[in-house]
Design a protein around this ligand. Structure first.
Ligand SMILES: NCc1[nH]cc(CCC(=O)O)c1CC(=O)O
Length: 327
């Protein structure tokens, strides 16, 4: 069976499971529109769902069970047939999927960088000492503490609109958000500057969308194959391998970012303590042409981080969390 014979019959209906935040809905609609173009006669519906991750707004995510919280309910809808596909920000997808599910397509990446958002200042460097910066990502917090120790980091949770509203109420001098989310929602004008890799290396998968289905649905996989973007997929596979190899979770400030240049994939990884006092970094390049080679590049960078003590940092941070899956 090849995918062309499989796709010869277009789908008649497809149901997309999505979280209900404005960003998640934008992403689901983005996939729905792409499917409409491919299969004009197909009825594509979006099933909006509230996940545990959306309900828990008062605590830092790493303390309440990590990224799996955002995908579990959507997977239940796939398992019991209420939905055919789930659209996720790849950054929120655990490194190991539960048995019976597959990431079947990875779409072309938006801007993968972190963005500096403020009403009063143009960049991190312009903030006066003592300024309060909002973020709830341990990775961003560690980066701020190591590179800009004169700033005060305070937690910031909630969806994008909530976070921006807290900034606008004056609770923070600035906040750090993923550029991709802001751009998707037409809020790119709020970005005052983009953080470079030195100030903030992005999280594995940041800016990319992943489409998850029940494993073994070959015809569905063939229908979705045109949405797959190979250059993005190879980059994010390498990034996710760094995190997987180190057993990283939401409790660990871990960054991994791969970019293409001169026909090669350049992968950088960074692990630090939450206070930013210890930072280990590594990078490697390879002319990656397959997922296997992308994974090998990820393992190489993970091994270089391990050689500098990354595993001790990871172990000291994940001890006692019940072996929570990597994320
Ligand atoms: N952790 C929440 C989350 N998951 C994906 C995005 C942004 C969009 C993306 O990375 O694709 C965000 C918001 C943020 O980090 O500011």
């Amino acid at each position: 069976m090849n995918s062309e014979t499989l796709s010869a019959t277009p789908p008649r209906t497809l149901v997309i499971a999505s979280r209900e935040s404005r960003l998640a809905m934008w992403q689901a609609e983005h996939v729905r529109d792409a499917l409409h173009k491919l299969y004009p006669s197909c009825d594509v519906k979006i099933l909006g769902m509230t996940t545990r991750g959306d309900q828990i707004l008062d605590r830092t995510l790493s303390k309440v069970g990590g990224k799996g919280l955002f995908v579990k309910e959507l997977e239940t809808a796939l398992a019991d047939g209420r939905a055919d596909l789930a659209v996720h920000s790849l950054k929120d997808v655990p490194m190991e999927l539960p048995e019976g599910f597959a990431l079947t397509a990875i779409m072309e990446r938006e801007d993968s960088r972190d963005a500096f958002v403020s009403n009063d200042y143009a960049s991190l460097a312009a903030l006066p000492a003592g300024s309060v910066v909002g973020t709830s990502s341990l990775r961003r917090e560690a980066m701020l503490r190591s590179r800009h120790p004169q700033l005060v980091v305070r937690p910031l949770r909630g969806n994008l609109d909530t976070r921006l509203a807290k900034l606008d109420r004056g609770e923070y001098a600035a906040i750090i958000l993923a550029a991709a989310g802001l751009k998707r929602l037409g809020l790119g004008a709020r970005i005052r500057s983009l953080l470079d890799a030195g100030d903030s290396l992005p999280a594995a998968g940041q800016g990319a969308l992943g489409i998850e289905i029940r494993a073994g649905r070959a015809e569905l996989a063939a229908w979705l194959a045109p949405l797959h973007h190979e250059a993005t997929a190879l980059a994010v596979e390498a990034e996710r391998m760094v995190s997987r190899a180190l057993g990283g979770s939401c409790d660990v400030p871990l960054a991994a970012h791969a970019a293409w240049g001169d026909g090669a994939l350049h992968l950088r990884g960074r692990v630090s303590t939450p206070d930013g006092a210890r930072v280990v970094a590594a990078e490697a390049s390879a002319p990656v042409t397959s997922v296997e080679r992308a994974l090998a590049l990820g393992r190489e960078v993970a091994a270089a981080l391990e050689a500098q003590g990354a595993l001790e940092i990871v172990r000291s941070l994940t001890a006692g969390n019940g072996g929570q899956p990597t994320a």
